[in-house]
Design a protein. Structure first.
Ligand code: PHE
Length: 343
């Protein structure tokens, strides 16, 4: 009995020291220890000669021995497998690797970044705000009277659970939040997604993206507005572009103007894009209404300001001649890939 135990201990030490660098050596281990004529089987057979009173204790020792030999076998297999692959010399390590499929920036992101960087050069900071807004920041503070058609359920998405909340219809709400916190001088642009309840078609969508701007200081005039926006379109579309302002109406600006640029497609001679007028509308603008300033305790006798807002889709459409608004949100890679390399 004593001798048998010593023998088992010896086998254990021998097995523990066994090393195998390839599959053949691992197989040799299996045959030596776990094969039909292997050591484990032979030791198990000794059970016959063990006296009855020792059978239980010896059985346990045998089991542990078997588990030990098996787990060593597993470890040898794991260790030898990868190195066996590595030693194959039919792999050409100098072959070039597979290309990574790198994504591209969305065209709206590209154009937004371009717009933002132009205004940054003029000293505008970027401000952002929530897409779920309250009535005050989206409408009230912006001097939209209670009965203004833009408040109609037709245009605005209200939140069912709380009708005091809505999806912002323009990023003027961010301007409101800036004026709430910051005193003049203020110079910010507010890029972001806005929502309007429109039937989805090539020319309209239930959400789109805007960049609105706000500049408030002493002695800010309409001439500053014109020059700022003129600089912007020249940087965005090139030096040859011409601009014109048309009187317009927005509740939050007075006077208000829409700005057109000469059609980039036909150069002003008339085509489908400009509906044969030679001009395309690009943004709304105006001098900040005194009531809006008062809403934020900014003294309209001391400070004046201008504001403007444009759709990023519209700018993108003019710049890259995209003729269907739906393309922007379908995320068809055949469309998106066309902007590869555009930064
Ligand atoms: N908020 C206006 C819109 O969404 C755009 C605008 C901004 C017009 C600022 C004038 C001044 O259409």
């Amino acid at each position: 009995m004593e001798q048998l135990l010593q023998q088992i201990e010896g086998y254990k030490q021998e097995a523990a020291a066994y090393t195998a660098t390839d599959a053949d050596a691992v197989e040799a281990y299996r045959i030596k220890y776990l094969g039909t004529k292997g050591i484990v089987k032979a030791v198990m057979a000794e059970m016959r000669n063990v006296p009855n009173e020792n059978k239980k204790a010896f059985g346990q020792i045998l089991n542990e021995f078997k588990l030990f030999i098996e787990s060593k076998y597993d470890a040898l297999k794991d260790a030898a497998a990868p190195s066996a692959a590595n030693t194959q010399d039919d792999i050409d390590w100098s072959l070039p690797g597979d290309d990574f499929a790198v994504g591209t920036r969305h065209p709206l992101t590209v154009v937004r970044n371009q717009i933002v960087s132009i205004f940054k050069r003029l000293g505008f900071a970027v401000a952002e705000g929530p897409e779920i807004e309250d009535d005050w920041h989206n409408f009230g503070a912006m001097n939209l009277p209670e009965d203004h058609p833009a408040r109609d359920m037709q245009d605005t998405f209200y939140i069912n659970q709380n009708p005091a909340w809505l999806l912002r219809t323009h990023t003027s709400s961010v301007q409101a939040r800036v004026m709430e916190k910051q005193k003049p001088p203020i110079r910010v642009i507010c890029p972001g997604r806005v929502y309007r309840n429109e039937t989805i078609s090539a020319r309209a969508h239930c959400f789109f993206h805007q960049v609105e701007g706000l500049c408030i200081d002493e002695h800010v005039s309409f001439a500053d507005l014109k020059q700022t926006l003129y600089f912007f379109v020249q940087e965005m579309f090139g030096k040859d572009v011409r601009v014109r302002f048309r009187p317009s109406y927005f509740p939050f600006t007075e006077p208000s103007a829409e700005m057109d640029i000469s059609c980039l497609i036909c150069g002003g001679s008339g085509c489908n894009v400009c509906k044969h007028t030679g001009w395309v509308e690009i943004l709304g603008s105006g001098m900040v209404h005194p009531k809006v300033l008062e809403n934020f305790n900014i003294d309209p006798n001391k400070y004046t300001g201008f504001a403007f807002g444009m759709g990023i889709e519209r700018v993108c459409q003019l710049k890259y001649r995209v003729n269907d608004l739906r393309l922007y949100s379908q995320n068809d890679v055949r469309f998106l890939r066309q902007f590869t390399g555009v930064v």
